[in-house]
Design a protein around this ligand. Structure first.
Ligand SMILES: Cc1cc2nc3c(=O)[nH]c(=O)nc-3n(C[C@H](O)[C@H](O)[C@H](O)COP(=O)(O)O)c2cc1C
Length: 185
């Protein structure tokens, strides 16, 4: 059972993430997802697609051929960063990803592998569907590249900037219970 002050923060996190799923203009709708590339951190912006605080995971979508997938297949540890300048709240998540392939109706049809070097500019949309809807056959080929990156998190670092004194705490999520403590901001 969380103390009242921590419970309020925990509920705030849930509320902000849920709002971001409903509102594409919400600052948490996109976030920075970090993986490990050999020994280097590697970062990119992705779109938040699902979130469950009860099940301790959130999702983003990607292309199977992208470098991040190769990195995450090698080392599935991730870190994710969200910030709202309006609310002055930063959330940092840590955990392990699970990658789902070929189990969704969405698709990626780009003719090039994401992050491939190009000799000249190309929007990476197949020419035949650039200005019209894709056919079923087009979608099928893109379906093969589509993946869901499920980020299972076990730690949330919450930081709220305040004139009267910043507020920071860390939640460690265990299967059975939630451990939380104040951390020096
Ligand atoms: C606002 C914004 C949203 C993005 N959303 C996604 C996304 O949801 N999934 C994705 O794979 N790439 C997304 N990208 C592109 C990535 O940031 C990145 O450039 C691309 O995925 C290649 O990353 P990688 O080389 O690390 O695999 C987005 C970029 C921006 C600027």
């Amino acid at each position: 059972m969380l103390k009242k002050e921590f419970k309020e923060i925990y509920e705030k996190i849930e509320s902000l993430m849920s709002q971001a799923l409903k509102n594409s203009a919400h600052p948490y709708r996109t976030f920075s997802l970090a993986s490990i590339d050999e020994k280097m951190p590697s970062l990119r912006t992705v779109v938040l697609r699902d979130f469950s605080l009860e099940e301790n995971h959130f999702d983003c979508h990607s292309d199977l051929r992208s470098p991040k997938i190769k990195q995450l297949e090698k080392n599935n540890e991730f870190s994710a960063l969200f910030y709202s300048s309006e609310k002055k709240i930063q959330l940092r998540f840590k955990g392990n990803v699970e990658i789902f392939h070929k189990n969704s109706i969405t698709c990626y049809m780009g003719p090039y592998n994401p992050s491939d070097t190009l000799e000249e500019y190309h929007p990476n949309i197949p020419d035949n569907v650039q200005f019209k809807d894709p056919t079923e056959q087009d979608s099928l080929s893109g379906y093969n590249n589509f993946v869901i990156i499920r980020c299972h998190f076990y730690e949330i670092d919450f930081l709220k900037l305040k004139y009267s004194g910043h507020q920071r705490c860390k939640f460690i999520l265990d299967k059975e219970k939630i451990n939380v403590s104040w951390v020096a901001p």
